[in-house]
Write a protein that binds this ligand. Structure first.
Ligand code: HAS
Length: 558
C-alpha cells in the first residue's frame, strides 16, 4: 500500500540512522575480540579505549538499533494491517526525540565521559548527557505506542467480528511490555542517576538501581525479540511457500510474553545479596515459564516449514528441510529469518542453563553470558533487523537491492561466525574466562604474571568467529548503502509478506482482548516485584559514592 511522503521519510530516517551508527558498533565488536584474544595489549586504539568502545558497542547495537527498528517496523505493521496512517506530528516528534537523544548519549560516550557499559550500573558514573539522551530515546519510542492504540481501536470499531491480526497483537503486546518496563528505568535514570550525576545527591542505593534496571532489562530482551516473532509467524511461512500452522498459537505466545516478560528480571541478580531467596526462586520458576511461548513458536513454525516443503514435493522424515528456499535471491528474507531460528535453538537452550539457580552460579559474569546473548540478540533479533531493514528500505524508496548475491549470503556467513564465536565464549566461560575484561592486558598477555594459557583456545575461537561476523557486517553495509544510492525504479510502498493460516480458525474472544491479560500482568508484577524492591531498599546498609572505571578510589569521599 502507498504511504504519504512525510511518514515515508520519517521511517527511512528511523532505518538509516541506526544502520549508519551500526558501522561504529560493529567496528567495536571486532576490536573486542582483538583486545580479548591478546592480539593487542593496549588500553586504547585510535583514541577509543576498551570500555568506551564496549559501551558504544552495547549501546548502539543493543539499545539504539533495536529501539529505532522496533518503532519503524511497528509503524509498518500498524499501517499495513489497519490501513491507517499514524499521526504525522506525533511521528515526527517521536523521531526527533529519538535522534536527538541518541546524539546526546553518543556524544557523551565518544567524549569519554560515559564508559559505563549498556547496563550503566552505579557506582560507575556517566555525564548527565548520557542519561538524559537515553531517557529521550526511550520517551521518543513511547509516543507512537499511544497513536497505535488509537489506530487499533478505530480498526476494531470497523471490524468487531474479525480476529485482530497476529502482527497487530504482537506489536501492541511488545510496546505494552516496553512502556511498563521502561517506567522503572525512567525512575532509575531521572530520580536516581541524573541528580547523582549532576552532584545534587552524593550517594546511591546500588541494589535498588540494579533491581530497577533488571525490571526493565530482561523485558528489554523480549522487546528485541518480538518483532522477529511477528516476522516468524506472519511472514516466514509465506516466504517458504506455505501457510502458518496456527494463528491462535501465535496469539497465545504473544499474550504469555505479555504476562511473563517483566516479573523475571531478578534472574540477573541471583548473586545479589540483598534480594531474598524466595524472590529468586519465584522468578527462576517464572523464567522457565517464559520459555513456553518460544517452545510453542518452535513447534508451530517447524510445522509450517514442513508443510511448505511438502507442498513443494518433499518426502522423507528429515530430507524435506532441503526443499526450503535457502539461497534464493528473490526470497532473501527467508535466509535472514531461518538462520535466526537456527541460532535461537542454541540461544534458547543456553538461556535455560542461565535460568537455573545452581547452574547460574557457574556461568554468571563469565564469557558464557555474551556467548548466550550473541545467539539470541545477535541471532534471531539482529538477523531479522538486518533483513527487514533492507527490505523496507527497498520498498519505501522504490529501489532495487544493490549486490543481491551479497545480501543473500550475509545471514549464512553471520551464522557461521556467531556459532564459532559463541562456542568459543561459552567454552571459555565454563573454564572461568571473565566477561567485560580487556584480557590482552593480563590473562592473554604472555609477559604478564596473570597469563592463563587455558583461555588461549577459547579466545582464539572468539577472534575467528568475530572476524567472520565483521565480514558479514561489511557485506551487508555494501548492500544497504549501495541500495540507498540507486535510482528509483518502482513506486514507494509498504507491502509485507502475509502468511495465510492452514486451518480456518474461529475467533476466540480471550485471544482478541487485551484487558484480562493486562490484569494478570499487573498482578504478577506486583506479587513478584513488591518484595524484590522492598528487599533492595531494606537490606541495603550503606549507599555508595561514585567511581570512575579507571580508579578504585571513590570520586567523592565522605
Ligand atoms: Fe537471556 C542473560 C535466561 C532469552 C538476551 N540474556 C542475557 C543477557 C542478554 C540476554 C543480553 O536466567 C545478558 C544481560 C547482561 O548483560 O548481563 N534468556 C534466558 C531465558 C531465555 C532467554 C530462559 N535472552 C533471551 C533472548 C535474548 C536474551 C531472546 C535477546 C533477544 N538470559 C537468561 C538469564 C540471564 C540471561 C538467566 C542472566 C545470566 C547471568 O547470570 O548474568 C528464554 O526466553 C529462551 C527460550 C527459547 C527457547 C528456544 C526456542 C527455539 C526456537 C527456534 C526453533 C527453530 C526452528 C528452525 C523452528 C526455548 C523458537 C528449524 C530449522 C529448520 C532448518 C527447519
Amino acid at each position: 500500500m502507498q504511504v504519504s511522503r512525510p511518514i515515508r521519510n520519517i521511517l527511512l530516517i528511523e532505518l538509516f540512522v541506526p544502520i549508519l551508527l551500526l558501522t561504529l558498533g560493529i567496528y567495536h565488536g571486532l576490536m573486542q575480540v582483538i583486545y580479548r584474544s591478546g592480539v593487542i595489549q593496549r588500553t586504547a586504539v585510535a583514541g577509543l579505549d576498551y570500555y568506551q568502545g564496549l559501551t558504544l558497542h552495547g549501546v548502539i547495537n543493543a539499545i539504539v538499533l533495536t529501539t529505532f527498528f522496533a518503532v519503524a517496523f511497528g509503524h509498518a505493521t500498524m499501517i499495513f494491517y489497519t490501513k491507517r496512517e499514524p499521526n504525522k506530528t506525533a511521528t515526527l516528534v517521536s523521531m526527533l526525540l529519538m535522534v536527538i537523544g541518541t546524539g546526546l548519549a553518543a556524544a557523551a560516550i565518544l567524549a569519554g565521559k560515559a564508559s559505563v557499559l549498556y547496563t550503566f550500573y552505579p557506582p560507575l558514573k556517566a555525564h548527565p548527557a548520557f542519561y538524559i539522551g537515553t531517557a529521550m530515546l526511550i520517551i521518543g519510542s513511547w509516543v507512537p505506542y499511544f497513536d497505535w492504540i488509537r489506530m487499533y481501536l478505530s480498526w476494531k470499531r470497523e471490524h468487531p467480528q474479525e480476529s485482530t491480526p497476529v502482527a497487530v497483537i504482537g506489536t501492541l503486546v511488545n510496546f505494552t511490555i516496553w512502556f511498563v518496563c521502561t517506567l522503572a528505568v525512567a525512575y532509575e535514570v531521572l530520580v536516581m542517576l541524573v541528580p547523582w550525576s549532576l552532584g545534587w545527591t552524593q550517594e546511591i542505593n546500588i541494589m535498588l538501581a540494579r533491581t530497577l534496571f533488571w525490571f526493565f532489562g530482561h523485558a528489554l530482551v523480549y522487546f528485541w525479540l518480538l518483532p522477529s516473532y511477528i516476522m516468524f509467524y506472519t511472514m516466514l511461512p509465506k516466504l517458504a511457500g506455505g501457510k502458518l500452522y496456527s494463528g491462535n498459537a501465535g496469539r497465545i505466545a504473544f499474550f504469555i510474553f505479555l504476562i511473563l516478560s517483566i516479573p523475571i528480571g531478578v534472574h540477573h541478580q541471583f548473586g545479589d545479596p540483598s534480594i531474598g531467596r524466595g524472590v529468586k526462586l519465584t522468578q527462576s520458576i517464572l523464567t522457565f515459564g517464559v520459555a513456553i511461548p518460544s517452545f510453542i513458536t518452535a513447534f508451530t513454525i517447524a510445522a509450517s516449514l514442513e508443510y511448505a516443503a511438502r507442498k513443494r514435493g518433499a518426502t522423507g522424515l528429515w530430507s524435506w528441510i532441503w526443499k526450503l528456499p535457502f539461497f534464493r535471491k528473490d526470497v532473501y528474507l527467508f535466509g535472514y529469518l531461518i538462520n535466526g531460528l537456527i541460532l535461537f535453538i542454541f540461544g534458547g537452550l543456553t538461556g535455560l542453563v542461565n535460568a537455573s539457580y545452581s547452574l547460574n552460579n557457574v556461568v554468571h559474569n563469565t564469557s558464557f553470558i555474551p556467548g548466550h546473548f550473541h545467539l539470541t540478540v545477535g541471532g534471531p533479533v539482529f538477523l531479522a533487523i538486518l533483513g527487514m531493514s533492507i527490505y523496507m528500505l527497498s520498498q519505501l524508496t522504490g529501489k532495487r537491492i544493490y549486490a543481491p548475491v551479497l545480501n543473500t549470503i550475509v545471514p549464512y556467513l553471520w551464522t557461521v561466525g556467531v556459532l564459532i564465536f559463541s562456542a568459543g565464549l561459552m567454552y571459555g566461560g565454563l573454564i572461568g574466562e571473565p566477561r567485560r575484561t580487556n584480557m590482552g592486558l593480563t590473562y592473554l598477555n604472555p609477559s604478564s604474571e596473570q597469563f592463563n594459557p587455558y583461555w588461549v583456545v577459547s579466545s582464539m575461537l572468539g577472534l575467528a568467529g568475530g572476524g567472520i561476523m565483521f565480514t558479514a557486517g561489511l557485506l551487508y553495509f555494501i548492500s544497504f548503502f549501495g541500495t540507498c544510492f540507486r535510482k528509483r525504479t518502482a513506486e514507494p510502498v509498504i507491502d509485507l509478506p502475509v502468511s495465510e493460516t492452514l486451518h480456518e480458525e474461529r475467533r476466540v474472544p480471550l485471544l482478541d482482548s487485551f484487558k484480562p491479560w493486562l490484569v494478570i500482568m499487573g498482578l504478577i508484577i506486583f506479587l513478584t516485584y513488591a518484595p524484590a524492591i522492598s528487599d533492595a531498599i531494606n537490606n541495603t546498609n550503606r549507599k555508595a559514592p561514585p567511581y570512575k572505571p579507571t580508579d578504585p578510589v571513590p570520586v567523592v569521599r565522605k
